[in-house]
Design a protein around this ligand. Structure first.
Ligand code: GBH
Length: 453
């Protein structure tokens, strides 16, 4: 009998932070408890036809009541860190004005539970659940929402920063801005380009004002960043000309979001493209937007393939052939090198010293067998390949300090409701029973050996 030799270890740097992530509206439920106000996702998910199967986040994973059990899932995995988001309408039910201490108490309890399990809390302040009261006054179309966000962010940081050392302002600006451009996301408006560009400007402004407010109110030593789904530009072939094109693309494709935040100005090409629809802004806005951050979080799922091109821009995006492989979500094209080129190009272009992969993960059909297993070999394949490319990046010295797998457990997948599962724990939503999938066992091994086998 042959005893195959073990594969060579591919270790990550000592102290690499292995984590997992969720977001408030996707897991908490308890939407009417302890004084929480409604958010735009409560409104949106209750509009017939908006969410697959008529699902809502009313109960979701009931995490609001089951957080202790969920922290035990994390502990069993060996997680070093956990990224959660605070629901703004729990803390300020009307968005502004008088805070609701009972709402904030939930996060005090969660943070204490995490620390007792030796898990570092990473806190996102906005994962799309805007207080409905603010939407009623124009939402992200109004500059007042950027100011309201900063007040809220400063308030939460003031109260949690004795125990939470890392805050992220906004999760995926382009995703929630799309709620003003397409009917798939709350609030579901379809504004003309000028309106969308102004919403986008208010998003990056909220980030900048939020960074300043957190710095003003948090304990010394608190770090502030964001969690942005910047397009991870990947050279179609790794030659100098295509690599140079990918670097140009990385700046231009992300010009309205990460680029303006890192550089404090809109690129000329961005303003030229927008033309008469360009956002209105002041010098003071731009200064706030460019406030230096302590770290950058990148949510990376799919690659944006780029080639060198003779056009003035110097690059062209390569549209995916119809046969391009994807996970269960049709948009989730598999491209592991996104986890190499994304952080590498970002670090080099903007001289970033501290990067986290704040989300990466995959949807699968996830069948629960009668004897209680979920053999999600597709998700394991996805994770193994992406982590291989992340290993390649950190081995070259790209300063990625941690990785947050999306998601700890199946949850409310926005317009796709509960039909699309991203968890490494299976959730039976009728009973709320959580079951580790094969991917959870895989990830526990990665964490235990601090790397790939
Ligand atoms: C992240 O978005 C989110 O931060 C997280 O809340 C979410 O659960 C997770 O990914 C998985 O989706 O359906 O064709 O209109 C990832 C980026 C941007 C991907 C919006 C889906 C909609 C494409 N998302 N996009 S489509």
């Amino acid at each position: 009998e042959v005893a195959p030799s073990a594969p060579a270890a591919r270790a990550f740097p000592k102290g690499f932070l292995w984590g997992s992530a969720t977001a408030s509206y996707q897991v908490e439920g308890a939407v009417n408890e302890d004084g929480r106000g409604p958010s735009i996702w409560d409104t949106f998910s209750h509009i017939p036809g908006k969410i697959k199967n008529g699902d809502t986040g009313d109960v979701a994973n009931d995490h609001y009541h089951r957080y202790k059990e969920d922290v035990q899932l994390m502990k069993a995995l060996g997680l070093k860190t956990y990224r959660f988001s605070v629901a703004w309408p729990r803390v300020f039910p009307q968005g502004t004005g008088t805070p609701n201490p009972k709402g904030l108490d939930f996060y005090h309890r969660l943070v204490d539970e995490l620390l007792a399990a030796d898990i570092q809390p990473y806190c996102t302040l906005y994962h799309w659940d805007l207080p409905q009261a603010l939407e009623d006054k124009g939402g992200w179309q109004s500059r007042d929402t950027s100011e309201a966000f900063a007040n809220y962010a400063g308030y939460v940081a003031e109260h949690l920063s004795d125990r939470v050392k890392h805050f992220m302002t906004l999760n995926e600006m382009s995703s929630f801005v799309s709620g003003y451009a397409s009917p798939r996301h709350a609030p579901g408006l379809t504004l003309p380009p000028a309106g969308v560009n102004q919403v986008r400007h208010h998003a990056v402004l909220a980030h900048g004002l939020g960074v300043q407010a957190i710095r003003a109110h948090a304990k010394p030593g608190t770090k502030v960043g964001l969690a942005e789904n910047a397009s991870a530009c990947v050279p179609i072939i790794e030659t100098p000309e295509h690599i140079a094109a990918a670097a140009k693309a990385m700046r231009e494709v992300n010009a309205g979001y990460l680029t303006v935040i890192m550089e404090g100005r809109y690129t000329d090409a961005y303003l030229a493209r927008a033309g008469a629809d360009a956002p209105k802004f002041t010098d003071a806005d731009m200064k706030a937007i460019g406030t230096p951050v302590d770290f950058v979080g990148l949510n990376i799922y799919t690659p944006t393939y780029v080639r060198a091109d003779d056009s003035p821009a110097g690059f062209a995006r390569i549209p995916s052939p119809e046969s391009y492989p994807h996970m269960m979500s049709p948009w989730l094209h598999v491209g592991p090198e996104a986890l190499y080129w994304g952080p590498k190009l970002a670090a080099q272009i903007w001289n970033i010293k501290e990067i986290y992969i704040t989300e990466n993960g995959a949807s699968s059909t996830d069948v629960l067998t009668p004897d209680g297993h979920v053999y999600d070999s597709d998700r394991v394949m996805y994770l193994r390949n992406y982590l291989t490319q992340l290993h390649r990046a950190v081995s070259e010295g790209v300063p990625v300090r941690g990785y947050f797998l999306w998601s700890l457990m199946d949850n409310f997948e926005w317009a796709d409701g509960y039909a699309y599962r991203f968890g490494i724990h299976y959730v039976d939503f009728a009973t709320q029973k959580r079951t580790p999938k094969t991917s959870a066992h895989f990830y526990r091994e990665v964490i235990a050996r601090n790397g790939l086998a």
